[in-house]
Design a protein around this ligand. Structure first.
Ligand code: BGC
Length: 408
């Protein structure tokens, strides 16, 4: 089901439409023409209660005044470009220095501040809305007239699929991402430090004090950057480690394992034990910036007057690596004239039914076993397990199930 309303009007008098799309499970998202911002994502918890799990504002003016990119599509080049300059085909381009000496998220006139055009659609795998933008030759200092579209599809598998497409009439660079801040306990529930993150990554791109990549990859093993096993965001966020200090917490690019251009990868998960909500992030891009909202300051009140203070949301910005145009050793963000830019990112939401979740968490297999005795239908159990626990735990659960069955 799609509903279209007027969200508000920009300060120069342009009307901004909002679309709300709901699937068969009662999950929904809303997005507006301003910045192609995702304003709301309502997801059920283990008791069937809906909560809005992204930070956002109630008015266009708040989005116009925001400097934290809440929910927006950022570009033409998401993340930083060192010294705000790059050379392409022998020509040097100068960009805005909007982050000290560097360029961040497209500079002072980012795509998050534009009014995009829009159309809604219903397709076989879901419904949604597509936002379109023309970025003229020379816009923000980049070469080439770039025409882009960002398509949000909500499926009945609780996936929000984001497809970015584009084409430029000259060689250029392009790196589009979504800057949603997630809080699976609800956008107004305080910090995300107890929420658990897993990342499909053994390396970060090392950053300097200004968050510019050095070109070096750092192995995460034995460091606070290691999320190869699920870990709470807050456990090591203030650790005495040079990368953490440079980012004032997590604000780094993780190198996605087994990246192959065009191939979708499970990249990250975020989980809130108390509500049973879990999110999986898939992308075909080589990197993901995990940003723990270290610079949020509640400068502007959020939806329903919520206070978005430090670390009350976490972003998973799928991307080409920061400053990759100046680092030839990194996957290239160059978009050739006339070639299609096409990348996909999926935020998929899962509800953990709470049947095994906490027991598995505490390694309390006895409690789990006694509950399992009452579940004889393998199909039901398999589905429940699949929804509730990680791959590794699945093996353990299957063995436990076998034991439970034989001990009857
Ligand atoms: C960056 C942060 C920056 C933030 C702005 C993130 O994508 O990695 O360093 O402060 O955007 O909201």
């Amino acid at each position: 089901m799609i509903k279209q309303t007027v969200f508000g009007t920009t300060k120069d008098g342009r009307e901004v439409k909002e679309y709300t799309v709901e699937n068969a499970n009662g999950m929904s998202f809303s997005a507006i023409e301003f910045g192609a911002v995702i304003t709301r994502i309502f997801v059920k918890d283990k008791n069937g209660e809906l909560a809005d799990v992204v930070l956002g504002f109630d008015s266009v003016q708040d989005y116009e005044n925001d400097d934290t990119y809440l929910g927006a599509v950022v570009g033409r080049y998401a993340n930083r470009i060192g010294n705000a300059t790059f050379t392409l085909n022998g020509v040097e381009y100068q960009l805005d220095k909007n982050d000290n000496n560097n360029h961040l998220h497209g500079g002072y006139n980012g795509y998050e501040k534009r009014v995009w055009t829009s159309e809604n659609f219903t397709e076989e795998n879901g419904e949604g809305v597509k936002f379109m933008l023309v970025s003229e030759d020379g816009d923000q200092g980049y070469p080439g007239k770039l025409e882009i579209a960002v398509k949000y599809t909500l499926t009945n598998n609780n996936e929000l699929i984001i497809e970015y497409t584009g084409m430029s009439d000259k060689d250029t660079i392009c790196n589009l991402t979504n800057h949603s801040y997630f809080n699976l306990a609800g956008h107004d529930s305080g910090d995300v430090l107890n929420q658990l993150v897993w990342l499909n990554s053994d390396f970060i791109t090392e950053a300097d004090e200004a968050s510019i990549t050095t070109g070096k990859l750092v192995d995460v093993k034995g460091t606070p950057m290691d999320f190869t096993t699920e870990t709470a965001i807050g456990d090591r966020i203030d650790a005495d480690y040079y990368q953490i200090k440079f980012g004032a917490g997590y604000d780094h690019n993780w190198v996605i394992k087994s990246y192959e251009k065009g191939k979708m990868n499970l990249t990250a998960t975020l989980r809130d034990k108390a509500s049973g909500r879990k999110m999986e992030v898939y992308t075909d891009l080589p990197g993901v910036q995990v940003y723990s909202g270290n610079f949020l300051k509640a400068r502007i009140p959020g939806k329903n007057q919520a206070k978005y203070t430090r670390r009350t949301g976490v972003c998973f910005e799928t991307q080409y690596y920061p400053d990759s145009i100046n680092k030839p050793e990194f996957p290239s963000p160059v978009l050739k004239a006339g070639e299609e830019y096409k990348t996909t990112t999926i935020y998929k939401f899962i509800v953990q039914l709470g049947l095994f979740g906490d027991d598995m968490e505490n390694n309390n297999f006895f409690a789990m076993l006694s509950r399992m005795k009452y579940i004889n239908r393998w199909g039901l159990m398999r589905n429940t397990i699949h929804e509730n626990i990680s791959e590794h735990s699945l093996d353990v659960a299957i063995i436990a199930h076998a034991l439970a069955t034989f001990s009857n």
